[in-house]
Design a protein around this ligand. Structure first.
Ligand code: AMP
Length: 145
């Protein structure tokens, strides 16, 4: 059901794109917006969402818009890696609630990993302090711009 449904214009990320909800941004152009995940699974957990499309998930994404969007995903992943120097980087994406998706506007997760640090739960736990997210975003922005 959640895999094939109408795009819901009041989803959280659509509201962020319209400026109706705050976000701690690291990158923005006419193709994509990238901001810090407010329930970070690791330090530097960042999301990249496409603009100007009503795509709930990867399967919905218009093929002609995919290339430009994926360039932005890579750009932010590189920026996160340069800024935070993790041991690894997970780039992931969920399609449909049974697959783990909780917000139905396409997004890729960029999740830095360190050998000696465990991962927090997905979309759960305490919401991060905005000042903490800003501190990390300040490190990433110079590499993403
Ligand atoms: P998914 O479960 O793959 O749909 O991922 C949605 C992600 O959005 C989760 O990692 C949440 O922690 C994150 N999230 C939810 N609300 C917000 C918000 N207002 N700002 C930033 N990230 C959010």
């Amino acid at each position: 059901m959640t895999l094939h449904a109408e795009y819901e214009p009041d989803n959280i990320f659509a509201k962020i794109l319209r400026g109706e909800m705050p976000s701690v941004n690291v990158f923005e152009d006419d193709v994509a917006l990238s901001f810090m995940d407010v329930f970070p699974q690791s330090e530097g957990h960042t999301l990249v969402i496409p603009k100007r499309v009503e795509a709930r998930n990867f399967l919905d994404m218009p093929t002609e818009a995919l290339g430009a969007y994926m360039e932005r995903v890579q750009r932010v992943a590189r920026a996160v890696e340069k800024a935070l120097q993790p041991d690894g980087v997970v780039v992931t994406q969920f399609n449909g609630a049974p697959a783990g998706q909780t917000v139905f506007h396409l997004h890729f997760h960029i999740i830095p990993r360190w050998k000696d640090r465990s991962l927090s739960g997905h979309a759960s736990g305490e919401m991060a302090e905005i000042s903490y997210l800003e501190e990390i975003a300040n490190k990433i922005r110079p590499y993403a711009g």
